[in-house]
Ligand binder design. Structure first.
Ligand SMILES: Nc1ncnc2c1ncn2[C@@H]1O[C@H](COP(=O)(O)OP(=O)(O)OP(=O)(O)O)[C@@H](O)[C@H]1O
Length: 613
């Protein structure tokens, strides 16, 4: 499992990425971004101005002329007023700056998330979503979209402010006693590389910890989600999962502690250097003042500058460290935004299915290091007929369907839609011709109507079509009785505003809603049902069988099921074993052949009869 490499020394690439991140910020919120910059510069200058005014006041009080040309006590009042005004300006500028930077943060967060979600739509398959590298990158990209703009902005503000402060103080020193620049510069010189190195390590840590953070959140969700918690509680496995969360946190803490330890050692050395530099500055300044070469105001400015330059340099270096961290996180966002489509698309509009879908020598495995799941499958789904696919667990039945929906690409062989390779078809048009109920269908945290409307976005709020689909799936009766009818939120949780009524359905009821979703897509040529009856009661299963008998006269159906009762009516049944088709034919033919199908059928039937005796 890898994550976007922290890339220790690629300054040019980092600069390019910084430029990209900045342009994202500026394009999203040009006005507020300019205001942030202005406030940052002004906030960097104001402390220097305040130090300068203090110097004027002190010199005036001491009855001496300062370098600014003010003379005697007459300069005290204007300088004091200026000093107070600068203090007020500092507060105002800080508040205005933080208001502007919050505006930038919100706008950029929206823009970056919009770009991220827009890009995710180019991922048309699901292979990439099962790739842990991509998941790590996606997690970091989510962080980048949510938090990195704010962090980058904060870091840049800190750096720019620090820089302005350093330059300002150095100018002020030059006006008082130029050699002081050398003393102060020598004192801060070691801070910069050390702080930069620490910042880099902290940045790398954020990236390196992405997989652990993801795992830790996944384990935490297992304990917090009612569906998984139910099983964990019954099996008494909560402690096991809690230990896994704590294990991940322990490993993350260990990594952080190493970096913190390094930081502590370096900070101690830095502290000693800073302290010595301050002492040297005080001694030099005091001796200059004693020899009359520095006024009291000059002395105060000198000492203020010694501290100000140190603080400024520290802010620049620390800020750059965090800028670097943000750039690394932004890199993940940029990588996701430049993600190439995973499933190549054709341009031919998929025609209405009139002859057949044909799997021709299809080979597939989920990853190159995993075994083949399909090993040269040949299979024909005749248009307008019903095709059943059976086989033991793991035989590759659902995989066949996923390939047909182009959620993955076959490694070898092809799938033909009326003789046309589906890779050459426009994907949206192909999918618009397919309706499906997957084995692991999703109960969405939406209203009952919306849960069905997922099947055909065009149906939107067409209540009549939604009700008709629900009726067909035997779901209308219980949905109509919900507290808010079809408008009831199907969720275990109350919505944020707590106004909507909610309800939760049983497993079989959910399956009927999933069926309604598939029925809603009534213009589709092909209906795929992957274990559609696993949660249905006997009555609903019979209703489903009747519907299928009706439907197979109207459109093509493919059904995957272990229940022979639902399969025996199919026009053509394929038996899949270990990734290859081992038998095919209608029920009577397969029974007469007395092979795998017949054995499975007898086993299920005998078991049913013997259980009843
Ligand atoms: N996303 C995946 N990544 C890696 N391997 C997978 C993935 N999905 C399925 N497999 C593997 O592919 C094989 C076939 O799985 P598939 O779901 O197609 O079987 P199936 O015939 O539908 O089984 P079942 O009757 O249990 O639903 C199994 O060995 C499974 O472990």
């Amino acid at each position: 499992m890898t994550v976007p490499e922290p890339s220790p020394a690629r300054p040019r690439r980092s600069l390019r990425e910084l430029g990209w991140a900045l342009s994202l910020i500026v394009r999203a919120a040009p006005g507020p971004a300019a205001l942030v910059l202005l406030c940052t510069v002004v906030a960097g200058v104001l402390p220097v101005l305040s130090g300068w005014l203090l110097r004027v006041i002190l010199d005036a009080v001491a009855g001496r002329a300062g370098h600014a040309g003010h003379a005697g006590t007459g300069a005290v009042m204007p300088a004091a007023a200026g000093f107070a005004a600068v203090g007020l300006a500092m507060t105002l500028v800080q508040e205005l700056g933080s208001f502007a930077s919050n505006t930038v943060r919100r706008t950029v967060r929206f823009r970056a998330n919009a770009m991220l979600y827009e890009r995710l739509t180019v991922i048309r398959g699901i292979g990439l979503l099962e790739d842990s590298d991509f998941q790590n990158r996606l997690r970091l990209a989510g962080d980048a979209a949510d938090a990195a703009p704010a962090q980058l902005l904060r870091s840049l503000i800190s750096s720019v402010q620090g820089l302005v402060q350093v330059v300002g103080w150095l100018f002020a020193l030059a006006a008082v006693w130029p050699p002081a620049i050398g003393i102060v510069a020598a004192a801060v010189a070691p801070i910069v590389p050390v702080r930069l190195a620490v910042g880099r390590q902290q940045a790398e840590l954020v990236v390196r910890q992405a997989p652990r953070t993801r795992r830790q959140l996944a384990f935490r969700m297992l304990m917090a989600d009612a569906r998984s918690a139910k099983e964990l509680k019954v099996f008494g496995a909560e402690r096991f999962v809690a230990d896994r969360v704590l294990h991940e946190i322990t490993l993350m803490n260990e990594q952080e502690a190493v970096v913190d330890g390094r930081l502590l050692r370096r900070q101690s050395v830095l502290g000693a250097i800073e302290m010595s530099a301050t002492v040297v500055a005080i001694v030099v300044a005091a001796s200059l003042a004693l020899h009359g070469r520095l006024s009291p105001g000059g002395l105060s400015l000198f000492l203020g500058a010694a501290v100000g330059v140190q603080n400024g340099a520290f802010a620049v270096a620390a800020g750059f460290g965090w800028v670097r961290a943000s750039v690394l996180v932004f890199r993940a966002l940029r990588q996701v935004l430049s993600q190439a489509p995973d499933v190549p698309e054709g341009t031919i509009a998929a025609p209405a299915l009139s002859r057949a879908i044909e799997f021709r020598d299809v080979w597939f495995r989920y990853r190159d290091d995993l075994p083949w799941v399909l090993r040269g499958v040949n299979l024909t789904i005749a248009a307008g007929g019903s095709t059943g696919i059976i086989g033991t667990n793991g035989a590759g039945k659902s995989t066949l369907i996923k390939l047909l929906c182009r959620l993955y690409e076959p490694h070898q062989g092809c799938i033909l839609w009326d003789g046309v390779d589906i890779r050459t078809l426009d994907l949206d048009s192909l999918r618009s011709r397919i309706s499906a109920v997957f084995q692991d269908f999703v109960p969405y945290d939406l209203t009952a109507a919306e849960n069905i409307a997922i099947g055909d976005a065009a149906a939107g709020s067409d209540d009549e079509r939604i009700t008709a689909a629900a009726t067909k799936a035997e779901a209308h009766e219980f949905l109509a009785r919900l507290p808010n009818g079809y408008g009831t939120l199907l969720s275990r949780h109350l919505p944020p505003d707590g106004t909507e009524k909610t309800a939760f359905l049983s497993g079989g009821q959910w399956q009927r809603v999933a069926l309604a979703r598939a029925y809603l897509r009534d213009r589709a040529d092909l209906l795929i049902l992957d274990e559609p009856a696993s949660g249905l009661d006997a009555e609903a299963e019979q209703a489903l069988l009747d519907k299928m008998a009706d439907m197979s006269t109207m459109r093509t159906t493919v059904q995957i099921s272990h229940r022979m009762s639902t399969q025996r009516w199919a026009d053509q049944i394929y038996v899949l074993a270990d990734g290859v088709v081992v038998e095919r034919g209608a029920h009577e033919e397969l029974m007469a052949a007395d092979g795998v199908y017949a054995a499975l059928f007898r086993m299920q039937f005998d078991g049913y009869v013997s259980r009843r005796r």
